[in-house]
Design a protein around this ligand. Structure first.
Ligand code: AHM
Ligand code: MG
Length: 314
């Protein structure tokens, strides 16, 4: 089996530079460390919430803080990293003054699920940015995007510019390639949405979900985007966290830079689609680090149906 190290050596046939290889190796190592900490967190007293509230107004869990620190350390160990941007930090953190790449991450996505032992994940992307002014760029500028899913297995899902590769962490702590070119099937009768927010959906989403139910689709909602995304990578379907009609200014629940963009790049690289309505996620020009956006992605034909429902209504 191809090891992650061999993959880095060959760069999967891409032109990834040596500095980016170091960044990626350190991020992968950080996910391995986070995975180790998660395995025994209840035994180590790393459960419950702290008194600290993050920039999102959410109570941080000990594992949010620890995972954030592990990811920041991965950035510090990488000489070419200029800035780190995290869901858990108010603003960007300067790392190396002569760095040229910013690492943007959600250190532990779905952390509200930690105490119920459901799959959570780390989402990350790397962009070119020597100055803080260059961080706010659209998702097409991502050089690397990926996530680690911490479930029964720890899985690293990556794009470095050519398709999507999946690695599984072995018992010896080595990532081994389990998919060289992962694809999202174009059609699947499964959708993921928080149906309790139905009264807030716009008409395009409401009509798609109504049709889906009428045509025998199944519903799945883990409440942990990495887990829902990983299911879509394995058997297709769509994920929706749409705009909230009752809060037009909020745009949605999920954050553009470290949730929607990395997942959007991975999904497109696997042949799927990722939209906010009539436009694609990767083309949104960000206006702030923690900007929230509507998020709809997954099997291409299903996403196209939702996009058509939006176009009919404009
Ligand atoms: P988090 O980054 O604070 O964990 O929030 C993001 C998570 C996603 O993983 C998930 O899809 C969503 O929040 C669930 O939201 P809700 O609780 O409204 O269903
Ligand atoms: Mg998150």
């Amino acid at each position: 089996m191809t090891t992650f190290e061999t993959y880095l050596e060959t760069r999967n046939g891409t032109v990834l530079d040596d500095d980016l290889v170091v960044v990626l190796r350190n991020i992968a190592e950080a996910t391995r460390e986070i995975s180790d900490n998660l395995r025994t967190s209840s035994l180590d007293g790393l459960t419950g919430a702290t008194e600290i509230t993050n920039v999102q107004g959410e109570a941080q869990k000990p594992l949010d803080i620890l995972s954030n620190e592990i990811m920041l350390e991965a950035c510090r160990k990488s000489p070419s990293v200029s800035f780190a941007v995290s869901e858990e930090l108010d603003s960007e953190v300067a790392i190396h003054s002569d760095g040229k790449y910013a690492v943007i991450f959600d250190p532990l996505d779905g952390s509200s699920n930690l105490d119920v032992n459901v799959t959570v994940g780390t989402i990350f992307s790397v962009i070119r940015a020597s100055t803080s002014g260059e961080i706010l760029k659209n998702g097409r500028g991502q050089l690397i995007a990926g996530y680690a899913a911490y479930g029964p297995q720890t899985t690293l899902v990556l794009t470095i510019g050519k398709g999507v590769q999946i690695f599984t962490l072995s018992a010896d702590g080595i990532y081994l390639m389990t998919s060289a070119d992962a694809k999202i099937v174009p059609e699947a009768k499964e959708f993921a949405i928080n149906a309790a927010r139905r009264s807030s959906w716009d008409d395009a989403v409401a009509s798609y979900i109504e049709d889906a139910i009428d045509t025998g689709h199944n519903m799945r909602w883990v409440g942990s985007m990495v887990a829902d995304t990983h299911r879509i990578f394995n058997r297709g379907g769509v994920f929706l966290y749409p705009a909230d009609r009752n809060k037009p200014a909020s745009g949605g629940r999920l954050r553009l830079l470290y949730e929607a963009n990395p997942i959007g790049l991975l999904v497109e690289a696997a042949g799927g689609a990722a939209i906010i309505g009539t436009s694609t996620i990767l083309d949104i020009e960000p206006t702030s680090l923690h900007q929230r956006v509507p998020v709809i992605f997954g099997s291409k034909n299903e996403v196209d149906k939702i996009s058509a429902a939006y176009r009919e209504r404009v």
